[in-house]
Design a binder for this molecule. Structure first.
Ligand code: ATR
Length: 274
């Protein structure tokens, strides 16, 4: 059996092994996928050992995505844009790095939620790693405008600067602090880690336009404070479960060359059946 791991710390609650095993069954791929708790100071050693043992590839999660980026011998375009790697593929001793997070987010919004981004006004909240990873895949959908708002304005400005270096952009890209967000949006994405801390964001309910979709990259059994606020303001809400499954599907596709079907996994995880 071909061996895969997900490296993280902590890793106990990762759903990735479950998701990949369902994908493998569904597509009749002979593989084994486990979670691996890498020591905080031992990520590189863990990866190299796994590769030496014949591992075929791995996913990487918190806090190792930047280290994974630094470790790779070659990087996909989207990994370069993201500055972080969540998917490794080992080929003849060479480590290839990719980042499927942003593609997973966009696929969940466009395909699963049926929400086209073309010519829309998009508000991206946060300017850390999660926002950075989403930037290029979002811009490739040709929204009309992308406003990146962050507590620390300078980091939002850095992302806007980064966006201007991407090859194809037809979108107006603007940095803002919470107070500077003006107008209404069609899509509002929470890419801050505020939901992890159970905190709401100091944004106005008026940012949610008519038929607005509010998206939280995090998912939880309950609505996050951000989604609860958005719902009250009349927005449709969606959490990051679909993104989690789609980034996994994209990694699976990269490794195995077959794209698994995700609807059923989504349903089962949502209902808590698995
Ligand atoms: P990640 O990889 O999850 O994006 P990160 O790179 O540490 O993690 O970035 C966290 C993001 O959440 C940042 O945009 C951070 O804002 P700052 O740049 O001002 O630090 C944002 N963030 C975290 N906690 C927040 C809170 N309580 N309110 C608002 N923004 C918060």
């Amino acid at each position: 059996l071909d061996q895969y791991l997900v490296f993280g710390n902590p890793i106990a609650h990762s759903k990735s092994p479950l998701i990949h095993r369902i994908f493998a069954d569904q597509t009749a791929q002979a593989l084994n996928y486990q979670k691996y708790l890498a020591p905080v100071d031992g990520f590189e050693n863990s990866v190299r050992r796994f590769m030496a043992e014949g591992g075929k590839g791995a996913n990487v999660t918190v806090p190792f995505k930047l280290e994974a980026f630094a470790l790779c011998d070659s990087l996909s375009q989207r990994a370069k844009c993201a500055g972080a790697v969540n998917t490794l593929r080992f080929l003849d001793g060479v480590i290839e790095g990719d980042n499927t997070d942003g593609a997973g987010l966009v696929r969940d919004i466009v395909v699963n939620a049926g929400f086209s981004l073309k010519d829309k006004r998009v508000l991206l909240l946060g300017a850390g790693g999660a926002s950075r990873g989403a930037l290029q895949p979002l811009l490739m959908q040709n929204p009309k405008e992308l406003v990146i708002a962050n507590r620390t304005l300078a980091k939002a400005q850095e992302l806007v600067q980064l966006a201007s270096s991407f090859e194809v952009i037809h979108t107006v890209c603007i940095a803002a602090s919470w107070e500077q967000i003006v107008g209404q949006f069609d899509l509002v994405i929470n890419a801050t880690s505020s939901s992890l801390q159970g905190e709401a964001l100091p944004i106005s309910g008026t940012v949610f336009g008519e038929n607005c979709l509010a998206y939280d990259m995090m998912y939880d059994a309950q609505l996050t404070p951000f989604l609860a606020f958005a719902k009250k303001a009349g927005a449709q809400v969606r959490d990051g479960l679909g993104m989690l499954i789609e980034q996994a599907a994209e990694a699976f596709y990269l490794w195995r060359g077959v794209r698994p079907e995700t609807t059923n996994v989504f349903k089962q995880l949502r209902e808590g059946a698995i």
